[in-house]
Design a protein around this ligand. Structure first.
Ligand SMILES: *[C@@H]1O[C@H](CO)[C@@H](O)[C@H](O)[C@H]1NC(C)=O
Ligand SMILES: *[C@@H]1O[C@H](CO)[C@@H](O)[C@H](O)[C@H]1NC(C)=O
Ligand SMILES: *[C@@H]1O[C@H](CO)[C@@H](O)[C@H](O)[C@H]1NC(C)=O
Ligand SMILES: *[C@@H]1O[C@H](CO)[C@@H](O)[C@H](O)[C@H]1NC(C)=O
Length: 205
């Protein structure tokens, strides 16, 4: 369905691990678990957990509990990027790539757009570089939003906070999961997708 190649991944990971890459979003929040809020009873109150979707790639899968390692995330920001008074930046997952807990590849959430659908898959990959980075923020209720300076529905005047998260039966490469996606506009073309909000709750680590 979605054919991605990540040929630059090994190089990118090496660069990050050797610490030579400047971080665009250096201020890291306290740890969070990500809890789902939804009118769909089978999803409301569930959590999101990183699930393997390829070499150093994870999606956000639905989980019954707040997993201790794979369920811990951060918001990385800079003090120069705010929308409607909220800091914006990247959602981060620390991928452990060795037996040692200190061996982590800090990975930012990205979007995999497919021009044939309004359902956009989300996935983590090491670093915070690239045009596919998902810029996000947390609102006053700690709900994860996507900021935009252009809202095509009310344009060209608006700054907006958008909450078009859905849980869908995704296929990313050969990996099939019940996972977090984004719907660009309107009802999801995949009718199995359910609208959710993603609430950041303090994690005990
Ligand atoms: C997030 O911030 C931490 C602390 O500065 C940094 O080590 C990490 O590389 C950052 N991650 C990303 C993806 O920007
Ligand atoms: C990180 O946060 C501190 C405290 O809010 C702030 O003083 C500093 O300027 C921030 N640094 C960056 C690079 O955003
Ligand atoms: C943009 O303008 C329209 C028409 O005046 C208004 O209804 C809408 O609320 C505005 N949007 C924002 C985000 O200010
Ligand atoms: C998500 O939160 C936003 C902002 O509070 C709200 O407008 C929207 O209806 C919520 N969506 C769902 C699926 O609960």
């Amino acid at each position: 369905m979605l054919g991605f190649t990540f040929t630059s991944l090994a190089l990118a990971a090496t660069t990050i691990i050797s610490g030579t890459l400047a971080q665009k979003f250096p201020n890291q929040s306290a740890p969070y678990n990500l809890k789902l809020l939804s009118d769909e009873p089978t999803l409301d109150g569930k959590f999101l957990s990183a699930c393997h979707s390829g070499a150093a790639i994870e999606q956000l899968c639905v989980s019954n509990t707040a997993a201790t390692t794979s369920g811990v995330f951060y918001l990385n920001t800079t003090d120069s990027s705010t929308v409607s008074g909220f800091d914006t930046g990247v959602l981060v997952y620390n991928l452990n790539y060795g037996g040692d807990a200190n061996l982590i590849a800090s990975s930012a959430l990205r979007f995999a757009f497919n021009p044939a659908t309004n359902v956009v898959l989300s996935y983590f990959q090491p670093g915070d570089e690239g045009t596919d980075i998902a810029i996000v923020g947390l609102d006053a209720e700690s709900k994860l939003f996507i900021p935009s300076y252009v809202d095509d529905v009310v344009t060209p005047n608006g700054t907006g906070l958008f909450y078009q998260w859905h849980v869908c039966n995704t296929q990313f490469g050969s990996y099939k999961y019940l996972a977090l996606a984004w719907v660009t506009y309107g009802a999801p073309l995949d009718g199995d997708c359910k609208a959710v909000n993603v609430s950041a709750v303090p994690a005990a680590v």
